[in-house]
Ligand binder design. Structure first.
Ligand code: 13P
Length: 253
């Protein structure tokens, strides 16, 4: 069985104190209310990572970074490397979020190097792909997804690929309140799984967790997570409210 995951991407929200309070609240709710087998991941800002790791110690929750540089060290002002993340106990890194692609010009080539570094150091990558509204409307989305997946990830060998989680996040559904319908999301998830099967093996594709992201809320999580190729979610806005987040976690069965 492939791993189910619900991950909260906090983006650029929460001061250190606020994030400690929210993690403490989520930790309590997960302990008291979640009995499932799925994985819960929280991705606060870099600044809050060390304390986040300490706060979830001994729980089922893992901590993720939202980005990482592809070099281990060097003259890259303002950047954080994967060995640095690893040294404080971070286990996942989100790579290729559409906001990184869109606002920081991250290309598939750069993202491939980042994904490789994350895996080389023994962390799991949550690699994001997704089309814009224009690409959806002009029916280019299969091509765009194929390019992002193959250029970003298919340089990895089979063993490396076992540390990949893919997140399908249609850009038009992020923070807009618009959600892909469960059928629209399922169609892309099945397509991504087919690409992985063709590049690696059907068995590897079957083991790969593919998350959906884009306006997931407690009200729509169950119908999205019920789809056969959807293995959980990457949650933005709703991950900033402990009650909403735990209700989404509980929709993962
Ligand atoms: P929203 O859930 O706020 O739409 O954000 C999704 C997202 O970008 C998660 O990475």
């Amino acid at each position: 069985m492939r791993q189910k995951i619900v991950a909260g991407n906090w983006k650029m929200h929460k001061t250190l104190e606020e994030s400690q309070a929210l993690i403490t609240e989520i930790r309590g709710l997960v302990r008291d209310e979640y009995r499932g087998q799925g994985k819960v991941v929280i991705a606060p800002t870099f600044l809050s990572l060390p304390s986040a790791v300490r706060l979830v110690e001994g729980t089922e929750i893992s901590i993720s970074a939202q980005n990482a540089h592809y070099e281990d060290h060097g003259a890259f002002t303002g950047e954080i490397s994967v060995p640095m993340l690893k040294s404080i106990g971070v286990q996942y890194a989100i790579i290729g979020h559409s906001e990184r692609r869109q606002y920081f010009g991250e290309t598939n080539t750069v993202l491939a190097a980042k994904a490789k570094s994350v895996i080389r150091h023994g962390l799991t990558v949550m690699f994001c792909v997704g089309e814009t509204l224009e690409q959806r409307e002009s029916k280019q989305y299969f091509r765009v997804i194929e390019e992002q997946v193959s250029q970003g990830l298919f340089g990895l060998d089979r063993k490396e690929f076992s540390h990949v989680v893919i997140a399908y996040e249609p850009v038009w559904a992020i923070g807009t309140g618009l959600t892909a319908s469960p059928e629209q999301a399922q169609e892309i998830h099945a397509y991504i799984r087919k690409l992985v099967a063709a590049q690696y093996t059907a068995e590897i594709a079957d083991q790969t967790s593919i998350l959906y992201g884009g306006s997931v809320k407690p009200e729509n999580a169950t119908s999205i997570f019920m789809q056969p190729d959807i293995d959980g979610g990457l949650i933005g806005g709703a991950a900033l409210k402990a009650r909403d987040f735990i209700d989404i976690v509980k929709a993962m069965r």
